[in-house]
Design a protein. Structure first.
Length: 168
């Protein structure tokens, strides 16, 4: 039963994405979308989704929406303004460093979400993830601290809280 649910979720997701990207609901596109989604659902259901019932949890969706709104309005804006300030005022010190910071996540989706959030935020980029040690290696444009716990607090602690609620 779980295999069928996994396949169904991948099918629906692939079909919706296909229709959105083609921008058409002609019979040709619907038939092609169904075929592509069926193949995707069959091939990737055991890889992409481990627990298909998590996707039905409304709280996870609400946390995802809240995270997207907060991330794109607050964190992205703040980081962009900081980088713009550094560009326009070159006398502001730049203190670049590659720092390490521990993460406390278990699922691949949560780990990847936080790494992408760090990388998409101007001034920081994840250059390596050591899953066995649970450490991100981050290039930070203005390293305020080299203490791993301090880095976590400054750079991504709030991202991790949301990722845990969404994916774990």
């Amino acid at each position: 039963m779980r295999g069928v649910l996994r396949g169904l979720f991948i099918f629906l997701l692939a079909f919706i994405i296909y229709v959105i990207y083609t921008g058409s609901i002609s019979s040709y596109d619907i038939i092609t979308g169904v075929m592509v989604a069926a193949i995707s659902g069959t091939l990737f259901s055991n890889i992409v989704i481990r627990n298909p019932l998590k996707i039905l949890d409304l709280r996870r969706w609400l946390y995802l929406i809240a995270y997207a709104v907060i991330y794109f309005t607050y964190y992205e804006t703040r980081a962009h303004l900081d980088v713009i300030k550094r560009i326009l005022h070159p006398k502001i010190p730049v203190n670049p460093a590659i720092v390490e910071a521990p993460f406390d996540l278990e699922t691949d989706y949560a780990i990847t979400t936080v790494a992408n959030s760090i990388t998409n935020t101007p001034g920081t980029v994840v250059v390596e993830i050591d899953v066995s040690k649970k450490i991100y290696y981050i290039h930070w444009i203005d390293a305020k601290t080299l203490d791993p716990d301090g880095v976590k607090k400054e750079v991504f602690e709030s991202f991790e809280k949301f990722a845990r609620k969404i994916f774990e």
